[in-house]
Design a protein around this ligand. Sequence first.
Ligand SMILES: Nc1ncnc2c1ncn2[C@@H]1O[C@H](COP(=O)(O)OP(=O)(O)OP(=O)(O)O)[C@@H](O)[C@H]1O
Ligand SMILES: [Mg+2]
Length: 279
Amino acid sequence: MSVVENKVVLEVADLRKVYPSPVRGGEPVVAVDSVSLEVLEGECLAVVGESGSGKSTVAKCVVGLESPTVGALRVAGSARLRAPRGRRERVRWASEAQYVFQDPYSSLNPRQNVEDVIGTSVAIHHPGLSPEERRRHVDGLLSDVGLGDGFAQRLPHELSGGQRQRVAIARALASDPALLILDEAVAALDVSIQAQILNLLADIREQRTISYLFITHDLAVVNQIADRVIVMEQGRVVERGRTEDVLRSPQEEYTRTLLAAVPREGWTPRRRERLAASL
Ligand SMILES: Nc1ncnc2c1ncn2[C@@H]1O[C@H](COP(=O)(O)OP(=O)(O)OP(=O)(O)O)[C@@H](O)[C@H]1O
Ligand SMILES: [Mg+2]
């Protein structure tokens, strides 16, 4: 793991995001409350927390899919104070941070083959390439994510879930981003495919200068990929530290509860324990 000394790729300071109430006259929803975090160059920071704790909202603010109510964001050294304006700024933002979603099927155009999906992104971020050079670039990206030339002409529905996620990762890499946000990116895959994608992400991090913001509700995968972890509960960061410290000796009851849900050697599901106690 190549963490370069203290160069900050993502800086989030006192981020707050409030949504209007979903019901008329109701209370506004505070999705994110005073969240601060940093991701260093070459580092993987995991963001964990149960459903609704605000993980995706933080990520959406980083890439400009949502704008913060309060707070400051810096990505690759430049401030993000509002949504990007104009094509040039959007392209620059996209080259700084890319977002990979849980379900690549919904983010891939069903009528575009793999070469077009990745080629479109290559064309945006490397506008000087000839069609032949672009094709070679696409082939290079496919090989970086473990897919051979045979995949270039396939449509999304002709791919497995793991292969689709590889295509989504290749498309994200086409912009040479400083930061890759992986939002539950392995959650929909079964365990052996999950392991393959986690290995792929580790390999990519060895080969490129790239940082990850790795969002998951599953602490079992955090151990395999993250250098540091922050734990979110109801929009706030309740615990943070090096992965091994947080997993080995969590300081917060909330983190212990999340950990108790992770299957491991000698693990007994909580619910069964409670059942046994009530018999
Ligand atoms: N567009 C929106 N409008 C109103 N409320 C929203 C909106 N998006 C998210 N929220 C609310 O903000 C809170 C945080 O949502 P968020 O999607 O960030 O959680 P999450 O930690 O990513 O959850 P999950 O693990 O289920 O993806 C939730 O209470 C959610 O209902
Ligand atoms: Mg989410």
